[in-house]
Design a protein around this ligand. Structure first.
Ligand code: KG4
Ligand code: ZN
Length: 352
């Protein structure tokens, strides 16, 4: 695939991302302004606060990405932007910004599905290590704050949904249990850090297998964690930065929780890959930044003789480069949006 540099805009949740990506693979620049510290103070995302922060940071983010890439508007082939899924107010900031840039500079506007962006992050070249290009047919596990699903791809932009969460997303479960344990927002990276310090691995939480399906469920696990924590704190529970549990106990509970989530994710992904005759496995989405998940799936994939492709952690969490990677494919397939492009907060990737 050969496309000139694409300017890509991502603003679906709490990261303002702008990147310039060539050929859907080569990152010329990728700048992310994170609102994590701001939302940590409130213990989670307040949608209107997120939208205002995008508005505040989107121009400085573009300036930085532009300066780092060393391109001119003559070089830019198209403007790609996340149209959904995500928070409506946040999406609208990026969409309106991208529309204005496309209009003023006379460039095509390419709408991108955020989940397709998480998938196509696997095609981004990585200067830090040798990363094989995914080979079809493949099975991809996408695990983020809002979504958890397994999808089969037999070619570019072709998806068959194999299974998805029937309740919470994996990242959402990490964030909720992190909060119950008194850890800062977002809970995912905090649980990973705490779990790594656990010396006692006796805590075992339930796993929701849901029979032979490729669906996931994390609400029962969350309830089990909540019950255990309530019992151990005489029902007083915990609040952010303040807990009746000792740091050792927090680490043990974090370990037990993380094991339960990862066991189900890895087992189902390997089973799906074998059933589909996959020649690669792709892992993506914010939870794919989790080292234990990456290592466990890599070991399982190697044992099954199927190469695993996982972007580096900074390309697993929300960023503009992944939108540039998917945007190049979409542009090549002829996708174009008019100036009437609107946010699609519930846009699905694929249906069964
Ligand atoms: O993909 P993402 O950046 O945003 C969405 O599209 O949702 O994913 C964010 C999610 C959050 O729930 C966060 O807790 C989780 O990814 N996450 C992690 C880790 N880093 C981020 N979960 C587990 N371990 C991590 N290291
Ligand atoms: Zn995401």
């Amino acid at each position: 695939m050969t496309t000139g540099p694409i300017l890509a805009v991502e603003s679906s949740c709490d990261e303002t991302g702008i990147a310039i990506v060539e050929d859907g693979r080569r990152i010329l620049s990728n700048v992310v302004a994170s609102q994590v510290a701001m939302h940590a103070a409130s213990g989670g995302i307040v949608p209107e606060v997120a939208a205002r922060a995008h508005l505040r940071w989107i121009v400085p983010t573009l300036d930085e990405a532009w300066a780092a890439a060393g391109v001119t508007w003559n070089d830019i082939e198209a403007v790609a932007v996340t149209e959904g899924p995500g928070l409506a107010g946040s999406l609208l900031v990026g969409i309106n910004f991208a529309k204005t840039l496309a209009y003023v500079h006379g460039k095509p506007l390419v709408p991108v599905n955020h989940l397709e962006g998480h998938l196509y992050a696997a095609w981004l070249a990585d200067e830090t290590r040798e990363l094989p290009e995914p080979i079809f047919p493949l099975v991809a596990l996408i695990v983020s704050g809002g979504h958890t699903f397994l999808v089969e791809m037999r070619d570019h932009l072709q998806y068959r949904l194999l299974g998805e969460t029937v309740d919470d997303a994996a990242g959402e479960a990490f964030d909720k249990v992190g909060r119950l344990l008194g850890l800062p927002y977002p809970g995912g990276p905090e649980i990973m850090k705490a779990a790594a310090t656990a010396t006692n691995h006796d805590v075992v939480f339930p796993r929701a297998w849901l029979g032979e399906t490729f669906d996931f469920s994390f609400s029962g696990l969350k309830t089990a964690a909540r019950r255990t924590i309530a019992t151990e704190t005489d029902g007083t529970g915990t609040s952010i930065g303040e807990t009746a549990l000792s740091p050792d106990r927090v680490a043990e509970l974090a370990y037990g929780f993380q094991e339960s989530v990862i066991d189900v994710l890895v087992t189902k992904t390997l089973r799906a890959a074998l059933a589909a005759g996959a020649r690669s496995i792709v892992l993506g989405g914010g939870v794919a930044a989790n080292r234990v998940l990456r290592d466990r799936l890599a070991a399982g994939a190697a044992a099954s003789g199927i190469p695993l492709v996982v972007p580096r952690p900074s390309l697993c969490t929300d960023n503009g480069a992944m939108i540039g990677a998917a945007g190049a494919r979409r542009m090549e397939a002829g996708a174009r949006a008019g100036l009437d492009l609107d946010a699609r907060p519930s846009l699905p990737l694929a249906r069964r």
